[in-house]
Design a protein. Structure first.
Length: 317
């Protein structure tokens, strides 16, 4: 079995404790606060996503296909997986992505080690571990395996109208496989084993994370039961930085919103109903968002971020 890239050994129990992370509720430990002072804030424990994943939302429900496309007006973003693996979908892969990005930001390293047991990993995601054929651990394992095999492809696209642009282009064309290598133990390795579960991120993806982190409240994100609510929350959080920079209203058509968020919906009417319901749910925990619902679409007014973008933590020694 191939070994993961070498890393520096832990220099103290403090480093080891911080690596193990939080437990059931995702609250940073005292050691984590010493190492990462930005890990706690008035909004609760802070995590990160990135603009790539805000623009490329995952499927909400199971798909029989191994290709899934979202449009952001100027370009199409396509998710591909091996057919025998399938596409990730639902809440769990979104929680995993945020964990991956948060760990990469805090560790300032593309090599991420998972906790010793899969139950501990579920705890850190805010998922109550349960076994059995229909337990949370089985579902999480399946979604994690799908997620680490995803490839993102970006296809340039001429917009039909100028107002369709929802985010800046990060590639003119091409693709990226976020996870370069991985090893995933479903059960705890033997005590004397050094073969821990790990993810090695693609360098381009890692640099994208460090260059464009979007802070989110982990406590708030984990309260959402709907994947669409999670997507809308992260999108509105990311858009807040743009709205403050532009300081003017930004109209976004229903067509553009459906192309980015509503590929799971056949009719625009059904998408609009569910999208507005998700917006109302987000507003209940993020009341400073300023948005107007119009016949043609939404109008975003300048509003503050839900979580302030602090300076990134220094690279651990």
């Amino acid at each position: 079995m191939s070994k993961p890239p070498s890393r520096q050994p832990a220099t103290a129990d403090l480093r080891r404790s911080a690596r193990e992370g939080s437990r059931s509720n995702g609250t940073p430990t005292a050691d984590q606060r010493l190492l990462f002072p930005e890990a706690d804030g008035p909004e609760g424990p802070i995590g990160y996503t990135t603009r790539l994943l805000v623009a490329t939302t995952l499927p909400h429900s199971r798909s029989d296909d191994n290709e899934f496309t979202r449009s952001s007006g100027l370009y199409d973003l396509c998710l591909l997986t091996p057919r025998r693996v399938g596409l990730p979908f639902g809440r769990y892969p979104r929680l995993v992505w945020v964990w991956v990005i948060t760990e990469a930001v805090r560790r300032r390293s593309p090599l991420l080690y998972l906790p010793r047991t899969f139950s501990e990993f579920a705890d850190q995601l805010g998922i109550t571990p349960s076994s059995g054929a229909k337990g949370t651990l089985v579902h999480l394992r399946e979604q994690l395996h799908r997620l680490v095999n995803v490839t993102f492809s970006c296809l340039g696209n001429a917009p039909a109208e100028a107002n369709l642009s929802l985010s800046p282009a990060f590639f003119e064309g091409g693709g990226i496989h976020p996870v370069k290598r991985y090893r995933l133990w479903w059960d705890e390795p033997s005590p004397d084993s050094s073969e821990r579960s790990f993810l090695l991120l693609n360098e381009d993806f890692f640099q994208e994370i460090l260059a464009h982190p979007v802070p989110v409240s982990l406590a708030v994100l984990r309260t959402f039961r709907s994947p669409l609510e999670m997507d809308v929350y992260m999108w509105l959080t990311w858009r807040s930085f743009r709205s403050l920079r532009l300081q003017r209203p930004e109209p976004i058509s229903w067509l553009a919103l459906k192309e980015q968020f509503g590929s799971d919906y056949a009719e625009e009417r059904a998408f609009r109903y569910n999208f507005l319901r998700a917006v109302r749910q987000v507003l209940s925990v993020y009341p400073t968002v300023r948005v107007k619902n119009t016949r043609r679409g939404l109008v975003l007014l300048p509003y503050p971020p839900h979580v302030a973008l602090r300076a990134l933590p220094p690279k651990p020694l």
